[in-house]
Write a protein that binds this ligand. Structure first.
Ligand SMILES: Cc1cc2nc3c(=O)[nH]c(=O)nc-3n(C[C@H](O)[C@H](O)[C@H](O)COP(=O)(O)OP(=O)(O)OC[C@H]3O[C@@H](n4cnc5c(N)ncnc54)[C@H](O)[C@@H]3O)c2cc1C
Length: 441
């Protein structure tokens, strides 16, 4: 499905020109020639694959991560660094109505556990990844959204409402916003430093990582699977698919028909001066996002650059990317008028991954029982990909049963899109609809 986008979006030999890349330091593991055998092969070196591999290696399994580019090349090295609640596009109330309180509650606990899991992992493995801010701020971009927040404020544990004056007083002065809600869960991090740290933890635990090695096909054979890769054949008893929005066509029918990769884009400014920060009155490092369907997310980074992210377009072609970069820069000017003229130094894009039911999925593919997957985090995978990856790694290692490891809501088979070839058209329609909804508030 990613083939439907401009080829530059899948250039495995080109590092994304991100601010993270410029500030992460080198990732230089000892080069590993592709082994011919492994007990478990993990396809993908992002948070999901590395977290799965870490659990497998810790359990004493012979695990090999096979990554088409290099560790953190996909969304895991390109995201906004919001380690936060999320991973579904439905809120808790909708899920409870649709699937019942028990299932929705299990998923909600998993969302909170996922944040705790990342924090413990970072501390336990000594990963230096610039943790910053406490919780997240949802900002109402219209009167209606502000009234909704006021109505719902009692529902979210520990949520605190802030009106415009509160926002200003607490160092979050922003234009065109009616108020906000601070949710205590989550923190910001440097996503690529975190991915590198996970990679180093895998190697230290005895796992192996082969890079620059796209997996082209996976075939069931006696006693396991044969993986055809760009560097030759690997045999493994078990396979974990952790390609998320970068999963190519042809690996599994379920992912061919059930995943919708969608572009997301980010700009980062040069560091703001103390005078510029004072002039705007936004000085806090708490992660923030607005209440639009097609939302903008932003945070002041530890070196005082502003990061702003948003929707990424339908083609991924260079001309469209330039337009999106301009649009994000204009949005900085709307929310932060004092920073209207501050230059943007970095712009990049990457794939997030949607499923038809707008929920993440993890489990075992039908047939054989040794082909696992965890994917579809709907643009919120820093916490959930780390947690679900670890869980599915434990299942593949045989140390945890699937029904104990993964909430029931996420264990359901990945549903196919009706007429999968029309997925881009659905996306175009959804963008149009959400743009209207945001316009009319
Ligand atoms: C611009 C952007 C901003 C985002 N912001 C946030 C945020 O602030 N907070 C948040 O929680 N989430 C955010 N996300 C989403 C989050 O980054 C992802 O959900 C998460 O990184 C998914 O991790 P993953 O390991 O499953 O997939 P990825 O990190 O995408 O990794 C998949 C890897 O698999 C490899 N691969 C795929 N197919 C093959 C193959 N056949 N052979 C070998 N290797 C293969 C790819 O090369 C890739 O490196 C954002 C995403 C983007 C793109």
């Amino acid at each position: 499905m990613t083939a439907a986008y401009h080829p530059s979006q899948r250039a495995y030999d080109t590092p994304p020109a991100s601010y993270w890349r410029d500030s992460a330091g080198a990732w230089s593991p000892p080069p590993t020639a592709l082994p011919r055998r492994a007990e478990v092969a993990v396809i993908g070196g992002g948070y999901t694959g590395l977290s799965a591999a870490l659990e497998l290696a810790r359990a004493g399994r012979d695990v090999l991560v096979i990554e088409a580019a290099f560790v953190g090349w996909g969304a895991s090295g390109r995201n906004g660094g919001f380690c936060c609640l999320g991973s579904s596009m439905h809120d808790h109330e909708t899920l409870a109505r649709r699937y019942g309180d028990v299932r929705a509650g299990g998923f909600r606990r998993a969302q909170h556990d996922a944040i705790g899991h990342v924090r413990r992992l970072i501390l336990g493995e000594g990963i230096e990844c610039d943790i910053a801010g406490e919780g997240e701020l949802e900002l109402a971009h219209g009167r209606r959204q502000w009234r909704r927040m006021q109505r719902e404020s009692g529902h979210e544990d520990g949520a605190r409402l802030l009106d415009r004056a509160d926002l200003y007083r607490e160092g979050y002065a922003i234009s065109g916003v009616y108020g906000g809600r601070h949710i205590r869960a989550g923190f910001g991090l440097h996503p690529l430093k975190y991915a590198h740290g996970l990679g180093r933890a895998v190697l230290a635990a005895g796992g192996r990582i082969s890079e620059a090695c796209p997996v082209l096909a996976v075939t069931p054979v006696a006693g396991g699977y044969e993986l055809q890769t760009a560097q030759g054949i690997v045999r493994a008893e078990k396979v974990v698919l952790a390609g998320n929005g970068y999963t190519p066509r042809g690996l599994r029918r379920e992912t061919d028909q059930g995943l919708l990769p969608v572009l997301s884009s980010i700009v980062v400014t040069r560091p703001l001066t103390p005078a510029e920060i004072a002039a705007q009155g936004w000085s806090g490092e708490t992660m923030a996002y607005d209440s639009r369907y097609l939302l903008h997310y932003f945070r002041l980074l530890p070196d005082k650059r502003l990061l702003m992210g948003g929707r990424g377009g339908l083609s991924g072609a260079p001309g469209e990317a330039r337009h999106i970069r301009r649009r994000l820069q204009q949005q900085i000017g709307r929310y932060f008028p004092a920073w209207r003229h501050v230059p943007v130094t970095h712009f990049w894009q990457g794939f997030i991954c949607l499923a038809r039911d707008l929920l993440p999925h993890a489990g075992v593919f039908a047939g054989g029982g040794g082909f696992f997957h965890a994917l579809a985090y709907h643009g919120n995978g820093v916490a959930m990909a780390s947690w679900l990856g670890a869980r599915i790694g434990q299942v593949a290692a045989g140390t945890l049963a699937l029904d104990e490891a993964v909430p029931a809501l996420l264990r359901r088979p990945l549903p196919a899109f009706p007429f999968p070839c029309l997925r881009k058209a659905y996306l175009r329609g959804a963008y149009g609809w959400y743009r209207l909804a945001d316009w009319f508030g």
